[in-house]
Structures are given as structure tokens and as C-alpha cells.
Ligand binder design. Structure first.
Ligand code: HEM
Length: 128
């Protein structure tokens, strides 16, 4: 039986598995390969800090996730298809590895953060 996400070790494993998929995905890999590959370990730690703060109240993520993606959109023009693929892979990875309340929260929060990011990106594009 699958267990829920309950430790930093679980989050590190989830992120590593998710990024293995992102870095092989036909639609998304070019974005990640052109940005994070030189310092993959540091990037994975930032992402794990982010989810550790959301799911396990670690309070260690100090960045601004929406601003990062607004900047990314200027370089790659992020599409709805790309966001949908990111979310699909995130949800599939969680469902393959874990099950429970935190796992549901991880999927739900990713969806709402992605919705806000896309809304802000669209707004900024149409108000240039
Ligand atoms: C199309 C969808 C997405 C793509 C292509 C994407 C790609 C990226 C890339 C390339 C970076 C590194 C940016 C840099 O360091 O300059 C990044 C950072 C990050 N992404 Fe995404 N991302 C997507 C959606 C999301 C979503 C929906 C979330 C959260 C639910 C998320 C969470 C993060 C976090 C926490 C960081 C680190 C930000 C920081 O350095 O403070 N991403 N993303």
C-alpha cells in the first residue's frame, strides 16, 4: 500500500522522480535543459524547499515563484499546453508514488498556483 508524503526524504524523492520526467518530456525538456541543467542540484533543492514549506510547514522557501515564471515567460512564452503537461506529470508522479491527504494537497495546490501564474502572465501580456 502507498503511504502519504510525510518527510523531507519523501519530498526529495518526489522532486527527483518528477524532474526525471520533465527532463525527458517532448514538450517541456527544452525549457529545463536551457535553464537549470548547469546547476540541477541547487534547483532541485529550491523546489524541494518550496514543497517542504507548503506541505510540511518547513518555512524555508524564500523565493517568489510567480515572478520567476513571469520572467521565464518572457524568454519561452509559456503556453496552456505546457502548463497542462507540467500539471499532468506532477499529478501522475504523485499518484504513482504516494497516497493520502498531503498528496491530494500537493496536486490541488499545484493546480491553483499554476492557475494564478497563467492568469498573471496573460494579464501582463495583454497590458504591455
Ligand atoms: C509550464 C509550466 C512550468 C515550467 C515550464 C516551469 C519551468 C521552470 C524553470 C525553468 C524554472 C527555473 C527558473 C530559473 O531559475 O530561472 C522554474 C522554477 C521554479 N518552478 Fe516552475 N515551471 C512551470 C510551472 C511551475 C508550477 C505550476 C510550479 C508550482 C506549483 C512551479 C514551481 C517552481 C519553483 C518553486 C521554482 C523555483 C523558483 C525560485 O528559484 O525561487 N513551476 N520553473
Amino acid at each position: 500500500m502507498k503511504t502519504d508524503i510525510s518527510s523531507r526524504k519523501d519530498i526529495d524523492f518526489l522532486i527527483k522522480t518528477f524532474y526525471d520526467k520533465l527532463l525527458q518530456d517532448d514538450l517541456l525538456q527544452h525549457i529545463f535543459r536551457q535553464t537549470i541543467l548547469p546547476d540541477l542540484e541547487a534547483h532541485l533543492k529550491t523546489i524541494a524547499d518550496f514543497w517542504d514549506s507548503i506541505l510540511l510547514d518547513a518555512d524555508i522557501y524564500r523565493g517568489n515563484v510567480t515572478e520567476k515564471h513571469i520572467a521565464l515567460d518572457k524568454k519561452f512564452t509559456l503556453s496552456k499546453n505546457e502548463f497542462d503537461r507540467w500539471l499532468l506529470l506532477w499529478k501522475q508522479t504523485i499518484d504513482a508514488l504516494f497516497s493520502g491527504e498531503k498528496s491530494e494537497m500537493a496536486k490541488f495546490r499545484a493546480q491553483s498556483i499554476a492557475d494564478i501564474m497563467q492568469y498573471k502572465i496573460e494579464y501582463l501580456r495583454s497590458n504591455k
